[in-house]
Design a protein around this ligand. Sequence first.
Ligand code: SF4
Length: 446
Amino acid sequence: MNERDSEQVARMFVEGGYTVTKEEKEADAILVNTCSVRDQAEQKALGKMGMMGVHRQRKPHVVYGYMGCMAQSRGQELFQNIPHLDVVVGTQKYHKVFEYVDNILTKRLEMRMDDPALSLSGESVCDIDEEKDSQNTIRDHVTQENQTTAFVSIMQGCNMRCSFCIVPDTRGKERGRPIPDIVEECKTLVAKGVKEVTLLGQIVNLYGRTEFEKVDGKSPFVQLLEAVHEIEGLERIRFTSPHPIGYRKDLVDAFTYLPKLCSHIHFPMQSGSDAILKKMRRPYKHAKFVEICQNMKAARPDLAITTDIIVGFPGETEEDFQATIDTVKELEFDNAFVFRYSKRRNTPAAEMDGQLPERVKEERNQALLAVVNELSVRKNNELVGTRQEVLCTGYSKTNKSRLMGRTAQNKIVIFEGDHDRMTGEIFDVLIEETTGFSLYGTPVLK
Ligand code: SF4
């Protein structure tokens, strides 16, 4: 989601006549889009900005800014420890970043650049207010040549209050974009060569529930999937992340009649223990989560399911942890992101009794990862010798002499071939080997 927000901001700068660079020393403005989900991510963002102050000696006009969740939650306090910081913009104000940065930069460049004291003048800005309809401002893209996949933000915010999560404070209440706007954005992407879109939301399946009506018993999210599915030239649709709440029959059924929906869901479970789910304020039971997964596999037998799991939550006993291990084995997830619980400020879980020592969290983390990795390797090994349909996305990220793509189950496949001819194409690849996490094979071209 942050990546998508960053792209929107980059697009506004490009439209304003700027060029986007990844080289810090070339930049006239340096913006860090921040995540607050993990404390580690915040510390990294703080350290990064601190270190970048060195450029100010050499280029006094450079504008420095924070955007995103940490900007939203810490606001004005960020200026206290980072003297070179100029701009702090929250999650509902991405569309204002260009204006704020451009104003400061223009003022600085108009001043005499041989006088560093003057060049550093220019108001700093902190804007973390709520903004009505801000969800409708994340809609433009900076498409690259040969881009085949794209993220589309369909909503902002979350009305849940999971006890470990800071998102409801940083992203606000659920707000969905109108279906016609989203469809239009997808059509524009397809016209530029995109073949696959991933619809993004904090709880994507609850899209539009407070704004739009059900039609024929179908939720606004299923209506949206049907509308996007109609787009000619679009080959694949993904979405992330759904929540067990609101994961109803209409969405399960959609996988039986919408073939462009990819055979993969990333479905956060968080824990296999009812006691821990309750402490997490996740309003479902383990049995409900399992039932949805089973219904989904019945609707789409080749479905891959990946998940998020937190280990070492306050009060988690050995039995609770074992329940999580048992559920992972029962559901045979294709992969899982395993997180050691870490306190987030201003969240109820941070104040709960029963905080576990880091050693216990780390042991459980390693034990669960071992189970997850074994499952993942086994599943990939089962694919050796089969043909898998792959959308080629371009060069392999680690070896530019090879190409890569993803299966409908979201597995990475590496193969050799002609970049210009094959990028953006969907074809079968005969899987010949796996290193455990990636698949390798030979394209079977018609
Ligand atoms: S559902 Fe829970 S974990 Fe997900 S964004 Fe909302 S509050 Fe956070």
